[in-house]
Design a protein around this ligand. Structure first.
Ligand code: ADP
Length: 259
């Protein structure tokens, strides 16, 4: 009947629109990845040329260029590893059966790993961790990686004297892991996009960690990997931020039913 044909046509149109969106996302991803990999390559090429034309004239400057070449090469390697991580996580389809565990030691471990860096940077890394957490069926290494990524960002963006807090708590049927910092915060208009691949809030601000050419800046991949890791473990991640006050990332995980 015309009604059934009509329904079929609507379903087809819907499918075609979805495919179109998917293709567009893929296209944007490839374009972004190429662009992001080209920047360090250009930086490397310019410096190699400069060192070649300097010869032995200015050894100090040559030395500086060479160490910049090294750090840009490292950055490309990190980016390639991050892209592989993402591709690997996306391919995983089969649901896993993981034994329920208490994540408390995992959280302490993540905090210990990052505490020396916090100290060196003149920041305080505080733990507000419950001594026991209800069991949750997750891969401990993946949750640890997610927490480390969040701590890494908080330490990276929080200025000297700032405070970063790792907190655990329990609400109805859910376990919350929070990473909170007193850094510059994230403007409201950027919040919905910070988990997107290659998204950086303010390229100028992330560049300040390197120099005016963008040397050493992040690629904007960390949070998309973090969210993927959490979602692959049945959880989700939320963020709230008041610029100039507090930024809080919350990992929400389901508590395993009592056997
Ligand atoms: P990046 O490698 O640039 O840090 P991420 O995906 O980890 O990439 O983060 C995306 C962007 O979100 C960052 O460039 C930064 O602008 C912003 N951001 C992430 N965490 C924080 C934080 N704790 N405080 C302020 N801004 C943050």
């Amino acid at each position: 009947s015309a009604d059934e044909l009509g329904a079929l046509a609507t379903a087809f149109n819907h499918m075609i629109r979805e495919l179109g969106t998917l293709l567009e996302q893929q296209r944007a991803f490839v374009a972004n990845a190429s662009h992001e990999l080209r920047t360090p390559l250009t930086n490397i090429k310019l410096r190699v040329e400069a060192v070649r034309s300097l010869g032995v004239e200015d050894l100090a400057l040559s030395e500086r260029y060479l160490s910049e070449v090294e750090s840009e090469a490292d950055r490309m390697a990190r980016m390639a590893a991050a892209l592989l991580d993402l591709a690997h996580l996306e391919r995983r389809t089969a649901p896993r059966t993981l034994p329920p565990i208490d994540l408390t030691p995992v959280l302490h471990n993540a905090a210990s790993l990052m505490s020396l860096r916090a100290e060196r940077a003149g920041q305080v890394l505080q733990r507000q961790l419950l001594s026991v957490l209800p069991a949750t069926a997750v891969d401990p290494e993946e949750i640890e990686e997610a927490v480390i990524n969040l701590l890494d960002n908080s330490l990276k963006y929080t200025p000297v004297g700032g405070q970063v807090t790792l907190r655990s708590s329990v609400t109805s049927g859910q376990l919350l892991i929070q990473v909170q910092d007193t850094g510059p915060g994230i403007p409201a208009e950027d919040l919905p996009r910070i988990f997107d691949r290659f998204y950086r809030v303010d390229k100028v601000r992330s560049r300040r960690r390197g120099d005016a050419t963008g040397l050493g800046s992040g690629a904007g991949l960390g949070l998309s990997i973090t969210r993927m890791l959490v979602r692959q473990n049945g959880g989700d991640i939320l963020v709230t931020s008041t610029p100039g006050a507090l930024t809080t990332f919350t990992i929400v995980l389901p508590i395993a039913p009592v056997a």
